[in-house]
Design a protein around this ligand. Sequence first.
Ligand SMILES: *Cc1c(COP(=O)(O)O)cnc(C)c1O
Length: 385
Amino acid sequence: MTRGRFGRYGGRHVPEPLEEPLSQLADAYDEIGTSEAFQAAFRDHLREYAGRPTPLYHARNLSDRYDAEFYFKREDLLHGGAHKINNCLGQALLATRAGKERLIAETGAGQHGTATAMVGALFGLETEIYQGKKDAERQQMNVFRMRLMGAEVNEVTRGGAGLADAVDAALEDLVANVENTHYLVGSVVGPDPFPRMVRDFQSVIGEEAREQFRDRTGELPDAAVACVGGGSNAMGLFDAFRDDDAVDLYGAEGGGEGPDSTRHAAPLSAGTDDVIHGMETRVIADDVEVHSVSAGLDYPGVGPEHAMFREEGRVSYEAVTDEAALAAFRELSETEGIIPALESSHAVAKAIQLAEDGDHETILVNLSGRGDKDMETAAEKFDFD
Ligand SMILES: *Cc1c(COP(=O)(O)O)cnc(C)c1O
């Protein structure tokens, strides 16, 4: 397969000034990123800074309620509370080795901006985060966290003052400062080399989980489930199982108010083919408002490799509604004392549905993050009186 293409998806659909810097980044990744010295340094940072390996947890209480055994890959226990740090460490390390002195990133709710600010501080890189002013106003705590770690937060007021406008502002910054700046993309999206590079940095999730599962049970799981926003935690899990035909793979998208409504975040199960943010992939149609109860799934596109997996039928992608995700969020909290991120709750909901359908005895779920950041949203939904 041509580098950067996933079947008919992917590619590098960018304006001329970005061609050269992206081609240099791809070369740097192929030469430096795959070297033994780089991989050893990356593994050290994953272990000492991020807290890897994360446990594989057999959730017996939840399993007792259903006719299936649930196993959770605990990415929620990583530094920062989610899988995002895996990718940020990899890219920041590559940026340093490639001689860059500055990181930029865009962020919606602030989770990726916060993870980028962490590695900016760790590696002593000047860091600037672009965030739509509307998002920044709703996420004051994340703005504060980023500033506390030394990042500059640039509140973008143009256009609709949202994520798409922050992406545009960051791209302009990159074109103007390409000599010393690395654009730290937060998921398996965008032009080549980002989708394959971010997948590789996140693939430690599936590598660990596959080995831990086999050590524990002597077998592989019947099903593996992850939530899909841009798709990085899901690719990180699926990559290790792609050739294990006996393992059914499931991606849970943000179904919002339901896939038949005009408010959802499900480009794989209810989208169309198009070019967005430098890649050909599945996108949400124009007449749909991108919406999910979890900010991390609120993205109009999806990684091109997922678009390929969908077409090949290797992974089943299904939309999980806000309501189902909130019910799973509550059920995992009550049964196991683990509060999942609302994003991850979509995967938990899908796993519970699989258990109810009865076709899988063992189900591996990627718990991509913890739910502490979602307390305000949850408090609006649940009433304990
Ligand atoms: C950002 C985020 C996601 C969505 O991003 P992917 O690239 O699809 O993994 C999912 N879960 C959590 C906890 C997140 O913070």
